[in-house]
Structures are given as C-alpha cells and as structure tokens.
Design a protein. Sequence first.
Lengths: 312, 394
Amino acid sequence: MNRCIAMLLVFLMGACSEKEQETVSEKANTNTSVFVAVTNYPLQYFVTRIAGDSVITYFPSIEGDPAYWKPSNNELRTFQQADLIVLNGASYESWLPYVTLPDDKMVNTSYSFSNQLIEEDQALVHKHGPKGEHEHGVTAFTTWLDLQQAIQQAAAVKDALIKVLPDKAGLFDKKFTTLQKELLSLDQRLRLIGDRLKHTPFLFSHPVYQYLQRRYGFSGHALHWEPDIMPDEAQWQDLKQVNGELKARWMIWEDQPLTNITRRLEALNIHSVVFNPASNRSENEKQDFIAVMNANIAKLSAIGRNHLEAGK
Amino acid sequence: MKGLWHLAWRYLCFHKYKTLVLVASIGLIVFIPMGLNVLVKKGSEQLTARAEQTPLMLGRVGSPLELVLNGLYFQSDTPPPLNFGDYLAIKDMDMGQVIPLHTGFRSRGFPIIGTRLSYFSFRRLALKEGRWLGFLGEAVIGASVARETDLQVGDTIISAPETAFNLAGAYPLKMTIVGVMGKTSTPDDDAILVDLKTSWVMEGLGHGHTDLSKDDASGFILNQNGKSITANAAVNQFQEITPENIGSFHFHGNIGTYPVHAVIVIPKDQKYSALLQGRYQSHATLQLQNPASIIGKLLETVFSVRQYVLIGASLMVLSAGAMSVLIFMLSQQLRAHELVVMKKIGAAKGFVVGMVTCEIVMVMVSGVLLGMILTLLSEKYGLVLLQSIIVSGV
C-alpha cells in the first residue's frame, strides 16, 4: 500500500514539473516570439484577446483615425519584419497600394465578407489616356461596427494566428469563443436598440457608420463635420436644408464635439450623442474595445428610452 | 646522382626560353582536357544549382525553356504573361510559397524584375548597402549593375519599355535606388529588383496624376457629368514617384488581369509538389514546369556537344604530345656534338643518358604542375568567368 502511495506521489511530482516546464517554455517563447503588426485598434484588441502574451502586437502610435495614417520609413520597416500583418481590408489601408509588404504574411480580415462591402456614393469616375474610364471607388471601411462582421474579422485573426502558432490552436480557439460570445451579446443588444429606433432619423457627423446603419437599421444622413472644428456657415445651412426633410433630433458623433457646436445644435433641437467607432486606442487605458462599445450602446439605449417615453 | 640533377638544371637554366616554351606546352596539354572538363562541370553546376533551388515554375502555356530561362536567368525572350489572378489562385491553394515575377522591362540593358519581398529571402540575397524595397517606385540593384553603372543608393534609374512601339501604355518611370545587393555570382547580380506594383506602373496599369476633383485641374477636364469626369490627354501624369505624389498613385481595373511573367512555386513537400503538378498537367492556359528537369534536358544537349569538343581536344592533345616528343628527339640530335664532348672528357654513357633523362623529367613534371595549377585556378575562378560568358550567352 505504501509503495502504491509513493509511486502515486512520484507520478504527481513528475506531472507538476512537466507543467512548470511548459509554463517556462511558453514564457520563453513569448519573449522570442511571434510579432504581429495591426492597422487599427479593433484588430489589436482581437489579437490581444485571442493570443494574449503568446504574441507581441505592434499597432503604431497614431493620432486621430488610423484610416488616414500613412506609414513612415521606420514604421513600414517594422511592418515588413512582422511575422503576421493583420489588415482590416475594405480599402481601410489606403497606403497599401504603394508600399511593399510580404504578401504571404498579410491577412485581410474582411475578405470573408468582401462581397458585402458598401461602396460609397462619392466615388469619383474619371477617364483619360488609353485605358479609358476608371473609378476611384470609396469603400466604407468601418467594418467592425457591424458586430457580426467584427466576429468574422476576429475569426480571421484567430485562423491567421493558428497558422503562425499551430501548437496553440486549442488555446486560441477557446479565447476566440469567449470573445465571440461578448461580441454576439453586443450585437444582440444593438439589434434590440435598432428595432426600437428604426423609425428615428439620425444625423451622423461623418460617413463612418454605414455598417452600423445597415446591420441595426439606423437611418439618417452623414455629414462631414469634425468634433473639434466649428462648422462654417455653409455647413450649418447645409445641415438646416438636410434636416428640413429629415427632421432628425439626434446627431451621432465619433468624439465629443465642442461645447459651442452642441449649443448651436441644441438651439436647432438636435441633441449630440457620441458613438465612438473605437478605431484608435482610447486615451483611457481601461476603456478597451468592449468597454467603448458598451458605452456606445448605453448612449443609444438612452435615446431609445427617451424615444419610448416621448411615445407614451 | 646529385651531379646529374645539377647539370640537368644548369642546362635548362641556360636554355631558359626553350625550357619555358616546353613547360608551357606540356602545361597546356595537361590543362586543356582537364580544364575544359572542370569548366563544363562548373557551368552545368551553375545552371542546375539555380534550377534545383527553384522547385516549380508556373507560366502561360508556351515554350517551357523560354519560361524557365526567363524566370531563372532573366534572359531569353519575355514569355507570354499569365494573369495575376492565376498567381492568386495558386496562392489560395495554400500548398506552398509562391513568388510572382514580372520580367518585361529593362534599364540600361539590365532586366527590371518586379517581384515581392519573399523573393529576396528565397534567393538568400543580402544587402551591401541601403535597405530593401519599401515604397512604390523604389529599386534595389544587383552588384554587377552597381559596378557597371556606378550607381549607388540615392541615385535614380529610368526604365525603358520592352518594345519601342508600345507607346500606348508603357511610360518610362524614374526609380530611386534604395539598396545595393552583395555579390552572389548569380543572375541576381545583373538585376534591378522592384516591387511588382512598380512594374505595373511601368506597364501603364497604375499611375499618379493631378487630382481631377480639385479646382486647379479644371484645365484638364473635357467633361464632367455628376461623379464622372473625362480628362483630356494633357492631364499631368507623374513619371517619378515622390513622397509628395505617392498618395495619388492608383491602379485601374481588375487587378486579377494584371500581367505576371512567371511564378516561382515552392511546395510545402513532395506530396504537394505532385498534387500541384497534377492540377496543372493538362491546364488549357497554364504550364507548371520543373526547372531542374528543363535545364537537365538543355544540358543533355550541351553534354552531347561536349563529347565532340572533348574528342577534338584529345586529338589536339595527342598531336601536341607527339610534337613534344619530336622536339625532345630533335633537341638530342642538335646536342649530339655537346654529348660527344662530354663523353670525350670522361663522362660515362650512362651518365649522359641519366642527365638527359633528368632534364626530360624536370620539364615534364614542371609542365604537369603548371597544367594542374591552371586547372585548379579555373575551378576556383572559372565560375566567375562562366557567369559572364555562359549566362550572358544564354
């Protein structure tokens, strides 16, 4: 009997040391490890949530919207050295046509729904020279605001990470499933709000909410207003003209607008609400992608409640 | 015995020109067959090494030899292009690494190769100075290009269209040299490497021009109907890509139809190699070739020619050998009086024969040594010689 207990102890000790070794080697791998470059914050968030410390994520320090970022020589070199380059696709990376990147390391996360991308109306068609007419198309690129698309993008991230680190497939699958559940929950909540507000017209400060509108049924008109720049009189006139027909009481902004803008809008009976697309890192480090989306949903939810109360 | 060697040595030193000619002749007799063999061997190694490093090559249906020679050595006529979509299709199969090559342009006689960054790592190319390609309109040049043109990092190089009659689409493009590669003794030394998209700009498929939606472009606009603008031929198209205008560069139409002249395919393993070859075996428009096999067939032809060359060289060696024997015999006749004098002053007959034998041995050994040294030198430096002779000849 004693012999059996001793054997069991030896076996358990062996098992423990193996587990410890695994942890150590995992950490060592982390230090050497896979280097993933991303082009916007949602992608960085997905990579971090799925791969955690297994990879080093590089998201350049960008001021403003990463969609309008252009890489410097050094930033491009860092991208070239990455083991995996995670792209948003949908023309988000407008700099991609004129840089050299290793195409076997690039993954376009919106590829799976590329046939559902929204082509913008303001595309410019021009023709000259022997090749004739061609279009400088503008594709709506804030793809992750349709949370179902965000899930597909996260799945593409997970698949790409598994290709680079096949040993961690189980771990990545597990973490992706958790993330997927959270994104699905956001999606369901937005759908409920969308149902409630489907007859409520909105003004959008920028044309970045196309996928949010399509998926959740928010209707309205997009302007080209910056939250930190007071619109000129022509823009105010345009707003009055547009809203004459639209009769929107809410204007959705990417960021908190200047107080004098909100006051003037209030005078026109238009209330401002911020729906942050979370393209870039939040200044508040505690505000991750899910937290930002939760805050967005809470604000839209408040509109929904007001709407219901007004209805009663 | 020591006296024999001494006298023989003194004799050869006294008749130094005759001795040098004899040693050189014998050296060449030894070197010609051995050196020829070494050079041909090195040449075939040179040709097959690059082919063997390149597992498979995809191209448009046509001459397999033209495809392989163009894809490997950037020589011969440019093969008919396949579509970039065909490259994407084989890439999507995920059976291995694929590297596209666009070989349609030259500059100052050197081929401009449009490719991807993976080409540099696949061919294990290293930089001597500068950096790898980063942006559209940049070029990295091979060691020979840098040496022969005196170009260096920061200089510019202008592309020339492949044909002088392609006035419709191919515009000369001024490219900035951002890197110079180290010497590899391969065709990459003679290449100007650019991004594939830069080659497409040279093709006229992509370009940058004045923003037609801006007010100052009104002079170029023939007609504007809603979002459709028709510009006239005077619209300013940029022929140099700079940080200021790079953002205006764009590509037209379906990228899947853009041209690529060859695609290097590196299957994950033998199984995938067989699968890929099976898929393209009876393809209507594409061919997937094994470069080693194509070059092997080419070398079989070269080797059959080599047999005749070797037979000719052997006959030459035989006749040269016979001439050398004749020279030795005639030399003895000329020295008859001298040998008689030696006997009269007391040299034994055996001594005289021994001395002559020593002279012949010294000349023969020196000649053979010279031949072997020349062979060794050709083994070491013949590769460089062949690089410039054989490859440029192909």
